[in-house]
Ligand binder design. Structure first.
Ligand code: F6P
Length: 551
């Protein structure tokens, strides 16, 4: 193990979470205040909403409807201090190899650092490399947007297909939808991720190969889904335009130059990034090429500036007014202390419809871990199940369970005061729904209130809302590239802080490996290259049942 790795470990290996005095104090506090009644808490403290509202980097967070008493957050911040959150954040920004199971620095913040910054990895300042790549991306994007970049037959590119999966898809796909008001109408972007051929098939539907360009995004350039899709896309293009056309219709984003070259993509048309950028933290690297093509280098610069504004807020704000730390410690309280196993993320903004899916990877691939830095199985719950849907659609789907179900699900509402569209009262109605839902979850409706409305006694239990369902409310003025960047950085840092508190490595993802390697044998089974005795009985039966699909 290298010196830097050991340094990173030693930052962590001071004590286990359960050995921290502040953790024990928190558990004791929970026993003392349980259960928190939000009606009573608001009645007892007229200034509760003001006390629990904080802003930074264009965002405001109201956490007054969490199941907490005035003494709760100070204890949570004591825990953050004891877990050395500020020191660990500084270590991350300085390039320490915090991803110690893979021996890597964690430096997505360098992707949005100004050109004057100095951030070193192994003695090399990486900031000039970042800005050189941004410059190449900008050059390519401008050429594509203006029509200067032509396809092999001299026609202008009108369709861009991003092929990638996980971090090489979710961020760009989410951002493309979020930034629709800013995108050029000269071309459109489509996103292909699933190895299911229907994904590529549908994306290609109606496209003219002479006017289509593929961006193959893969950090490793070995991911099965992406390589299969890229191969099929290449075959589609070559069958119509010939082999010589590949160079004008394929570009790559990767850290693996050798594999990109082997695929037949000119290294001049490859945009690189670095092993210190995790896949789920990469949408502001060259992985965001489709985003830059769609909205232009200037708007992409605003997106990066938004990320950086939240980085600076996180770096410089005291814990008490530090949005990522507050959001993070709320999550620790709900998941680990109260034992609430889920988090619903509910953007009241249709443009953020893909944001919950993006957060699923960011949060669950980062913190879905059961072993701490000591190698011990943890005795505290870690990552919640993250899900969500744009409001108001979710209200007519799963909110029933959120209001009256037996599992209490903490919620993050996300809203914007104004909209990019010019349509009448829509934003007012949307925001009214968001605010009313937060109110209903917190305060419910008592049996007496239901009776007072003249409800028949037999229906009273059915129409009663228990309330005390915790939520946070995040809002900004309007959705812009900058507020989007800041929002993503907020969740990135919140995820990081939770990993520190839980004592887990938020930057590896060994849990995705087993399924990938077993699939290799199942492929052989489906191709008839292994016999059924090479598999367990259930797997063998499934292979027999589905083999026809494979041929
Ligand atoms: O799901 C596992 C994973 O490694 C993610 O972390 C990553 O974002 C995704 O696969 C795609 O990887 P790549 O960019 O190397 O194709």
């Amino acid at each position: 193990m290298s010196r830097a790795t050991i340094d990173a470990c030693s930052l962590t290996l001071r004590c286990r979470l359960c050995e921290c005095a502040s953790w024990q104090a928190l558990l004791e506090h929970r026993r003392a205040i349980d259960p928190v009644d939000l009606r009573a808490a608001f009645a007892a403290e007229p200034g509760r909403a003001a006390r629990c509202t904080t802003d930074g980097a264009g965002w405001t967070l109201d956490w007054s409807k969490q199941l907490m008493q005035p003494g709760t957050m100070p204890l949570l911040l004591d825990l953050a201090r004891e877990r050395q959150v500020p020191e660990r954040f500084a270590a991350m920004l300085a390039g320490t190899r915090l991803n110690w199971t893979e021996g890597r620095s964690v430096l997505h913040t360098a992707l949005r650092a100004p050109p004057t910054a100095t951030i070193e990895v192994d003695g090399r300042n990486v900031v000039p490399d970042v800005h050189q790549t941004l410059g190449r991306m900008a050059h390519f994007s401008r050429a594509l947007r203006s029509g200067a970049w032509l396809g092999a037959t001299g026609k202008r590119i009108r369709h861009v297909i991003n092929i990638g999966i996980g971090g090489s898809d979710l961020g760009p796909a989410m951002a493309y939808q979020a930034l629709q008001p800013w995108r050029t109408r000269e071309l459109d972007c489509r996103f292909v991720s699933n190895v299911d051929g229907n994904d590529l098939w549908m994306a290609l539907d109606g496209l003219d190969p002479e006017q289509t360009l593929f961006i193959v995004c893969s950090k490793t350039f070995t991911t099965q889904e992406t390589m299969e899709n890229a191969g099929s896309a290449r075959a589609w293009l070559v069958s119509r335009l010939g082999e010589a056309a590949v160079g004008r219709h394929f570009v790559a984003v990767s850290t693996n130059a050798a594999k990109v070259r082997a695929f037949g993509i000119d290294p001049d048309h490859m945009f690189g990034f670095w092993d210190w950028v995790g896949g789920r933290y990469s949408m502001d690297s060259a992985i965001g090429l489709s985003t830059m093509v769609a909205v232009g280098p200037e708007r992409f610069g605003e997106l990066l500036a938004g990320f950086h504004a939240m980085d600076e807020h996180a770096r410089t704000s005291p814990l008490e007014s530090n949005l990522p730390v507050l959001l993070s410690m709320i999550g620790v309280w709900n998941a680990s202390v109260l034992g609430l196993p889920a988090l619903a993320v509910l953007p009241y903004e249709q443009l953020l419809a893909r944001f919950p899916a993006y957060l699923q990877q960011l949060i669950m691939e980062s913190n879905g871990k059961r072993v701490d830095d000591h190698g011990d199985v943890v005795s505290w719950p870690t990552c919640p199940v993250v899900f969500g849907e744009a409001g108001t659609n979710g209200q007519h789907a799963f909110y029933q369970m959120l209001h009256q179900g037996t599992t209490i699900v903490p919620i993050d509402f996300i809203a914007f005061r104004t909209a990019a569209h010019p349509l009448g009262r829509h934003r007012l109605l949307l925001n009214a729904n968001a605010i009313a839902q937060a109110q209903a979850f917190a305060f419910g409706r008592t049996g007496d209130e239901v009776r007072a409305e003249g409800t028949p006694e037999a229906l009273v239990p059915h129409r009663t809302f228990p309330g005390n369902r915790p939520s946070s409310f995040l809002w900004a003025e309007t959705l812009t590239p900058a507020t989007l960047g800041a929002l993503i950085a907020l969740y990135e840092h919140s995820t990081f802080v939770q990993g520190i508190v839980w004592g887990i490595n938020s930057f590896d993802q060994w849990g995705v490996e087993l399924g990938k390697s077993l699939a290799l044998n199942v492929i052989k089974g489906l191709e008839g290259l292994l016999t059924s005795t090479d598999h367990d009985a259930s797997t063998a039966a499934l292979i027999r049942a589905l083999a026809a699909e494979a041929t």
